[in-house]
Design a protein around this ligand. Structure first.
Ligand SMILES: Nc1ncnc2c1ncn2[C@@H]1O[C@H](COP(=O)(O)OP(=O)(O)O)[C@@H](O)[C@H]1O
Ligand SMILES: [Mg+2]
Length: 242
C-alpha cells in the first residue's frame, strides 16, 4: 500500500522530467534533420541540374559540391561523436598531458591559421592532467576557435591556466559580444546558436555540446563566467595530477 502510493507519487513527480526529455529528444531530431537536409538538398539540386544538362560539370560546380559533401560529412561525424561520448560508448585513451604545453602549441597553430589575430597565453609548464590528448585538444580548439570568431580583429584573446584546488583551470577570454547570463547554460545544448551568430567559420552549434560531453567524461567542468569589462570567458577545469 505504502509502496504503491509512493510509486504513484514518484510517477507523478517524474512526469515533467520525462516530458522534458521527450521534448528535447524531439527537438534534437528536428534540428539534426534540418541541418542534414540543407546540404543534401543543395547537393541534390546541383546534381539534378547536371543530369538535366542545365549546368556544366566544371571546376567551380564540382568544388561547390565537394564543399557541400564535406559539410555533410562533418555534421554526421559530429553527431556520431556526440552520441558515442554521451553514451560513454568508446574508451578514451589515458595519457599524461601537460596542459601548458598543449595550450602553447594550440596558440602557435592558431597564429598560423589566423595571422591577424593576437593570442596571449599565460600557462606555466607542468600543469598536468590524465586524459585523451585528441579529445582534450578538441575542447580547447573549439573554445579558442569560438573566442577568435567572436572577438574583434584588433582585440587580443587571452588564455590563462593555473592550478586551483587539485584542478587545472584554463580560462579563455575574448572581447566579443559576450554571452548573456540567461544563455550560459543554453550554449551547451545541441545545435544552440545565439540569434545573429555569424555562420562563417563556425559549425552547426554542436561544438560546446561535444566539449561538455568530453569534459564530463574526464571528470572536469566547463562553464561560462563574467568577463571584464566585456566579452566572454569560458572556463575549462580538469583534474590535476602532480
Ligand atoms: N566566445 C563566445 N562569444 C560569444 N558567443 C559565443 C562564444 N562561444 C560560443 N558562443 C555562442 O554559443 C553558440 C554555440 O557554440 P558552439 O557550440 O561552439 O557552436 P558553433 O561554434 O558551431 O556556433 C555559438 O553559436 C554562439 O552563439
Ligand atoms: Mg564552436
Amino acid at each position: 500500500m505504502l509502496v504503491g502510493s509512493r510509486s504513484h507519487i514518484l510517477v507523478v513527480e517524474d512526469e515533467p522530467i520525462i516530458a522534458d526529455a521527450d521534448r528535447r529528444q524531439k527537438e534534437f531530431i528536428a534540428n539534426a534533420s534540418h541541418e542534414l537536409r540543407t546540404p543534401v538538398a543543395a547537393l541534390q539540386g546541383t546534381l539534378e541540374n547536371l543530369v538535366d544538362g542545365v549546368g556544366t560539370p566544371n571546376r567551380a560546380t564540382l568544388g561547390r559540391m565537394l564543399a557541400q559533401s564535406e559539410q555533410l560529412g562533418r555534421l554526421v561525424n559530429q553527431l556520431l561523436d556526440l552520441s558515442r561520448l554521451e553514451a560513454g560508448a568508446d574508451r578514451l585513451s589515458t595519457e599524461e598531458l601537460d596542459l601548458g604545453d598543449l595550450l602553447h602549441g594550440l596558440a602557435r597553430d592558431f597564429r598560423l591559421t589566423h595571422p591577424t589575430s593576437q593570442i596571449e597565453v599565460k600557462a606555466p609548464r607542468g600543469l598536468r592532467t590524465v586524459g585523451d590528448r585528441e579529445q582534450v585538444t578538441r575542447v580547447l580548439t573549439n573554445v579558442i576557435g569560438n573566442a577568435l570568431r567572436f572577438s574583434p580583429i584588433d582585440a587580443p584573446i587571452t588564455i590563462v591556466a593555473s592550478r586551483l584546488n587539485g584542478s587545472v583551470r584554463m580560462a579563455v577570454r575574448d572581447a566579443g559580444p559576450g554571452i548573456p547570463f540567461e544563455q550560459r547554460s543554453k550554449v551547451f545544448e545541441r545545435f544552440w546558436q545565439a540569434d545573429g551568430t555569424p555562420t562563417g567559420g563556425g559549425g552547426a552549434g554542436l561544438g560546446l555540446a561535444i566539449s561538455k560531453a568530453i569534459v564530463d567524461r574526464h571528470g572536469g567542468e566547463i562553464l561560462i563566467i563574467d568577463n571584464q569589462p566585456n566579452g566572454a570567458c569560458v572556463v575549462v577545469t580538469l583534474p590535476a595530477i602532480s
